[in-house]
Design a protein. Structure first.
Length: 266
């Protein structure tokens, strides 16, 4: 099987093998990566964490788990500009620096193996985790508790006056986590000027969950950089079909016209 097929097979397991799926995702970008070797190293990290956790009920161990990772030098990568290494799990494991989502995947795998009921939360702008039924979120970078007012403040910081919605705080499944990781990598590879790598991520995004107009447009922009007008046209057409914005539809129709094919609006 290809690395992508192995990634999807890991997600289809019961329970899903999230960390291994993320490593197979990384293997698409690093041909010498052996996920089995990284998983073996992960067992040593699991041992270190287990010996440092306090003797508490498992429902109370989420924050100590995250703080333990912090004490073991796992921190958010604050490099500017951020590079793809902040989202590729084998490099995050090696450097102990990564995006919040990357650190969360490590924490979620540890939690699963330690029977700690930790869940991922697909919060806009900064991935979070939570214990089912708790009245607060947790920052995977530090273990800090985040209540509703803290989450509102984060949204304002990232997006201005965007309102907080209930689904911003809902638990997400492993497919959504790998899709978000793919979107992150797509952005980082584009920012890095590596459009062929970004194309792999863009394709994976569209395979994981129902497509969005924005995801087709992101791939169209990559095809434009790669000078592939036919492929660009395909994605712009799909984005036009999926868009529910009159303004965006007009802009996409104009873009299609310039590409040599206009599709009528309905």
């Amino acid at each position: 099987m290809t690395p992508r097929q192995r990634c999807f097979a890991c997600l289809a397991q019961n329970p899903p093998a999230l960390l291994e799926a993320a490593l197979w995702l990384a293997a698409e970008h690093d041909s010498i990566l052996q996920p089995a070797h990284v998983l073996a190293e992960f067992n040593e990290l699991l041992h270190q964490v287990r010996t440092r956790l306090p003797e508490l009920p498992v429902a109370e161990l989420a924050m100590p788990l995250l703080r333990c990772l912090n004490n073991l030098d796992f921190h958010e990568d604050d490099s500017a500009p951020l590079r793809p290494q902040a989202a590729l799990l084998h490099l995050v494991m090696r450097r102990r620096r990564g995006q919040p989502l990357s650190l969360a995947v490590i924490a979620l795998e540890l939690a699963q193996r330690l029977s700690i009921p930790l869940q991922g939360v697909n919060f806009p702008g900064h991935f979070l985790v939570r214990v089912s039924g708790a009245d607060h979120m947790l920052d995977p970078c530090s273990g800090r508790r985040l209540y509703t007012q803290d989450c509102r403040a984060m949204l304002v910081r990232y997006f201005g006056n965007r309102e907080l919605h209930a689904n911003d705080l809902a638990a997400c499944d492993p497919y959504s986590i790998i899709q978000r990781m793919s979107r992150n990598l797509r952005h980082l590879h584009v920012q890095d000027g590596d459009y062929l790598a970004a194309l792999k991520d863009a394709e994976r995004v569209l395979q994981l969950c129902p497509p969005r107009a924005a995801d087709h447009l992101a791939r169209a922009d990559i095809y434009r950089q790669l000078d592939c007008p036919q492929a660009e046209r395909f994605d712009v057409e799909r984005a036009l079909m999926l868009s529910d914005s009159d303004t965006e539809q007009l802009a996409l129709s104009e873009r299609l016209r310039k590409l040599g094919h206009a599709q009528p609006l309905h």
